[in-house]
Design a binder for this molecule. Structure first.
Ligand SMILES: Cc1cc2nc3c(=O)[nH]c(=O)nc-3n(C[C@H](O)[C@H](O)[C@H](O)COP(=O)(O)O)c2cc1C
Length: 196
């Protein structure tokens, strides 16, 4: 399996790190593209360098390389995830402004009718953000704001992140071993029906 991973300068660099780690552990070939601002947020929010992030990917593409393999629909992939996705990149994808490889690869993913998951990270949202999300959802994208879930009783930030990443990867038919509603798992601390 081959998945394109775009990383933008929205806060949440750790989501990109964990997504790449999970895809690697699942044996998926990843094609990574980082925006200029992704590098900044990665440095601000983690102890990792851009080179560390690159090491988690199978193939790394420069964001300004519009001649990369993944810039063409004839290069076969199983879809793309933009994690985290800034509202700037959201708007650019919505308008088809394919002047960088993240936006171009997302456009290609949509036109080829492959899964496109946009982990849009902004809050609160104004009408233009919402309008872009609606238009892209209608065009086939999965709009996946990294909204916290609590029903699996997370104890650590890692539990929350893993749960989010697992739900993102579900859209590619990939399964991460995390707590799921209706299944007994390690984070199933009590019977939710008796504790609510
Ligand atoms: C620390 C930091 C946090 C940011 N968080 C967000 C965010 O959560 N959402 C967002 O849309 N932009 C955020 N931004 C702004 C984007 O980085 C900026 O709009 C940038 O132009 C996005 O470009 P890109 O999509 O090409 O990475 C943040 C910037 C910094 C420095």
């Amino acid at each position: 399996m081959r998945i394109v991973v775009g990383v933008t300068g929205a806060t949440g660099a750790v989501l990109a790190v964990r997504t790449l780690q999970a895809l690697s552990s699942l044996g998926v070939e990843t094609h990574l593209i980082c925006s200029r601002w992704a590098e900044t947020t990665l440095k601000l929010e983690t102890d990792l360098s851009l080179a560390d992030l690159h090491r988690l990917a199978s193939v790394v593409h420069r964001v300004d390389n519009l001649a990369a393999s993944i810039s063409s629909g004839s290069y076969r992939t199983d879809g793309m995830i933009v994690v985290p996705c800034s509202v700037k990149t959201l708007g650019a994808i919505r308008m088809g402004l394919s002047d960088n490889l993240i936006v171009r690869a997302a456009d290609v993913t949509l036109k080829e009718r492959r899964p496109l998951v946009l982990v849009v990270r902004e809050t609160p949202l104004h009408e233009l953000h919402l309008e872009s999300m609606q238009a892209l959802a209608r065009a086939g994208a999965v709009i996946f704001p990294p909204v916290l879930g609590f029903y699996h009783r997370p104890r650590h930030l890692e539990d929350v992140i893993d749960h989010l990443v697992a739900r993102m990867l579900d859209h590619f038919g990939l399964s991460m071993p995390v707590p799921r509603w209706g299944e007994r798992t390690v984070c199933d601390h009590s019977n939710p029906e008796s504790s609510l």
